[in-house]
Write a new protein. Structure first.
Length: 272
């Protein structure tokens, strides 16, 4: 096994153990504070699902940090830690898309029963997300030089984009409610940063700066979690949970007026 002067990790991976450990601490702090808010009010059950997602994300990247630590020290992953990371990563991916789909369909906040259309979306998105995470796990445990590596990598990218597109359909419908339009824009921005901009960064920066890809993805996810929690926080006077008597449809022009930086940024289904 080739070893660098400091450890067995490549130059672009050396900061990853510390990066994932620090980000795990941030996610844990946010999750604890969210539970603290939930305990102060009588809340919808979906908010506890959001708490479960935050804690699962915390544990997932914690295991990821431990996994990278043993690779750095010993040159290979410890099977037990790797398996725990893969399990929590799979669970985190499913929980993330379930939560986004539930919020996107207005479940709990606007309505309390999933329609047949909503159920069909779940039947498509969740299996696809499980497939995407399974492909990711196979890629993680496959050498880059093997013949299956490129196939699984392309499969992961394709399935992940399909999941992102599918999850936007219910959110687009909900975006017609004026109070939910910011959430719609947040999801689009999150997908752009983690699926488009981060990947472009990965292919453009020098080899020793490859860890910036992971940093951008984790920071974007943390910011998205915090903003979502803020907009749907339990409070007596939360304007996002007070539906107007007359629901007003919004147009894309209104969205661009509120968020001018999105105009001309390749907004469209083709990019997603």
């Amino acid at each position: 096994i080739a070893r660098n002067p400091k450890n067995f990790l490549s130059a672009g991976e050396m900061p990853l153990p510390l990066l994932y450990m620090v980000m795990s601490g941030f996610f844990f702090t946010a999750a604890v504070y969210w539970v603290y808010l939930l305990l102060k009010y009588s809340v919808f059950k979906i908010r506890w699902l959001m708490a479960s997602l935050a804690f699962t994300k915390t544990v997932s990247i914690l295991f990821h940090a431990i996994n990278y630590h043993f690779i750095a020290v010993r040159g290979y992953a410890i099977e037990g830690w790797a398996v725990m990371y893969y399990i929590t990563h799979l669970l985190k991916g499913a929980l993330l898309f379930i939560t986004l789909a539930l919020i996107g369909t207005g479940w709990a906040f606007v309505k309390y029963i999933l329609s047949d259309k909503d159920k069909k979306i779940f039947m498509i998105v969740i299996p696809l997300q499980v497939l995407a995470n399974t492909a990711y796990i196979i890629i993680e445990s496959t050498e880059e030089g093997t013949s299956d590596y490129a196939l699984w990598k392309e499969t992961l990218f394709l399935v992940d984009l399909i999941c992102c597109g599918a999850i936007l359909f219910p959110v687009v419908c909900l975006a017609k409610l004026k109070l939910f339009r910011h959430f719609y824009v947040m999801i689009v921005c999150y997908i752009y940063f983690t699926r488009i901009i981060a990947i472009l960064l990965k292919f453009t920066v020098p080899f020793e700066w490859q860890w910036l890809y992971s940093l951008l993805v984790e920071v974007s996810t943390l910011v998205f979690f915090i903003l979502t929690g803020y907009k749907f926080r339990p409070a007596c006077n939360n304007p996002y949970l007070q539906l107007p008597l007359d629901e007003e449809d919004i147009t894309m022009d209104e969205v661009f007026a509120a968020f001018p930086f999105l105009e001309g940024a390749g907004w469209g289904w083709g990019v997603i």
